[in-house]
Design a protein around this ligand. Structure first.
Ligand SMILES: [Zn+2]
Length: 476
């Protein structure tokens, strides 16, 4: 059955101030402010107040448009989307409808081992509504409204219905998030959120919209659920009606909100209080030159320059800090060693702790220094893994961690330990000499015990064999 999915993603931009007033943008504050403290007459929608466009949000919107291969419109206009709800005090939301900021771009994703282009239909700038809190849950005693969120700058990125599975939707959203982080317009480690609405239709059925999905993992879950629901409806002979549903992440289900209203119901009119946005060539070429190397180009370069496998390169570029850490390490040690540790055990440990590299407090120098110790054979791979775990827990450099937890490979005088062990275990030695191969494992074990696991098992075995050979030669 053919599935068509399109996504509309709302991204809170990491600007200092709000979209149409000078109030502080709470999404970029380290602490959650008291409700209704970051407000003014404009974001409270008081009569007579006048909006002004945030230049930084405009620049960030344009940067995004350029990075997503869109054509930036010579003129874009703001419109009023009329609706009545307590989260929008002036009874309309300022958005872009008739003339958006940019159109017709694309993002490349990985799908089933192939590259696929997902077309971007449009990008528009708008303001976030306020936050409503249902006390005692939906249908509870009352609703509280926090206008701090009202007016946070958003960009909405709308795709064509090019995605053909929940997994593709997930891969698109992860890619989009990493591009936005590379651009510095969105910061996933801040309070800023990225929320998507998904439009999904199964062959022959009507389009259903699922709202309020945060994050790439959730989009896959929500869509999987919704497809199953629609398929089972169809199999029971029911038709799929056009409707709007809400994703409930706690229950893992989509729930009916309302039968779908059409865009005309919002009664869009042009916003008379704001001037059109007309980005000049100078501004656009300036912004173009500010765009950094993006994930796709970085991935290609990593494959070319460091001879990495495509999968490893892909994993390293998904987070900018990880990509930069890799390059830091690859200049000092073998790129393969750096790549496999960073894309492997380090990323796994960060995920396990639910941390990005930046949030972990680890320093590039620490990781590089640990990996060069590993490369020089000063720490075993097992102990290097323990060191990474402890570095994340204790936020200390590897030298301290290794010392404190005794993880280093000490200069052990193996031959004297081996001599002692052989003397104590004459029986095992005779067994081994009379052809019982297995006896050597026992001897290796004894040496490991004697050295408290700090020696390398392979080296110990070699040392034992060497000692036995020497004895044979010496004996008359
Ligand atoms: Zn304000």
């Amino acid at each position: 059955m053919k599935i068509r999915i399109g996504l509309e993603t709302h991204v809170q931009l990491n600007t200092e101030s709000k979209m149409f007033c000078g109030c502080r943008n709470p999404a970029t504050l380290p602490e959650e402010p008291e409700p209704n403290t970051l407000v003014c007459e404009t974001c409270l929608g008081m009569p007579g107040s006048k909006p002004r466009t945030n230049r930084e949000a405009f620049r960030k919107g344009l940067k995004t448009a350029i990075a997503l291969n869109c054509s930036v419109q010579r003129e874009s206009l703001f419109s009023r989307k009329t609706y009545f709800y307590p989260d929008m005090a002036k009874n309309f939301q300022i958005t872009q409808y008739e003339k958006p900021l940019a159109v017709s771009g694309f993002v490349e994703i990985e799908s089933g081992g192939r590259r696929k282009r997902v077309r971007i239909r449009r990008i528009q700038i708008e303001e976030d509504p306020a936050r409503t809190v249902h006390v005692g849950g939906v249908g509870g005693s009352h609703v509280l409204v926090d206008y701090n969120r009202s007016g946070i700058p958003l960009i909405e990125i709308v795709t064509e219905p090019d995605l053909s599975s929940p997994a593709e939707a997930r891969s698109y959203l992860s890619k989009l998030m990493s591009i936005l982080e590379y651009l510095g317009v969105y910061d996933s480690s801040s309070k800023a959120v990225m929320k998507s609405d998904a439009n999904i239709s199964l062959e022959g059925g009507r389009r259903v919209e699922v709202k309020n999905i945060t994050g790439a993992k959730d989009i896959e879950e929500a869509l999987n659920y919704e497809i199953l629901r629609q398929k089972s409806s169809i199999s029971r002979g029911r038709e799929i009606e056009q409707s709007t549903r809400m994703w409930n992440p706690e229950l893992g289900v989509t729930q009916e909100l309302r039968s779908k209203e059409s865009e005309e119901d919002y009664g869009y009119i042009l916003e008379p209080d704001l001037t059109p946005l007309r980005p000049g060539q100078l501004l656009l070429s300036g912004l173009k030159s500010e765009i950094p190397e993006l994930p796709d180009s970085k991935r290609e370069r990593f494959i070319r320059e460091y001879s990495l496998s495509p999968a490893m390169a892909e994993s390293l570029v998904s987070e900018l800090d990880i990509a930069e850490l890799f390059e830091h390490a690859a200049k000092r040690i073998s790129p393969r060693v750096a790549g496999s540790w960073i894309a492997g055990y380090l990323k796994k440990s960060l995920n396990w702790n639910n941390l990005t590299f930046r949030e972990s407090g680890l320093k590039r120098e620490w990781i590089t220094s640990l990996l060069s110790m590993f490369e020089r054979g000063e720490i075993t791979d097992r102990n290097a893994e323990i060191a990474i775990r402890k570095m994340i827990e204790e936020r200390k450099p590897p030298e301290d961690i290794i010392k404190r937890h005794g993880l280093g490979r000490e200069r052990i005088d193996l031959s004297s330990v081996v001599g002692k062990v052989l003397k104590k275990n004459q029986k095992a030695l005779t067994d081994y000499l009379s052809g019982e191969e297995k006896a050597i494992h026992f001897l290796v074990g004894q040496v490991m015990k004697e050295t408290k696991g700090k020696a390398d098992a392979g080296e110990v075995r070699k040392a034992i064999e060497e000692a036995i050979r020497r004895r044979k030669n010496e004996s008359p």
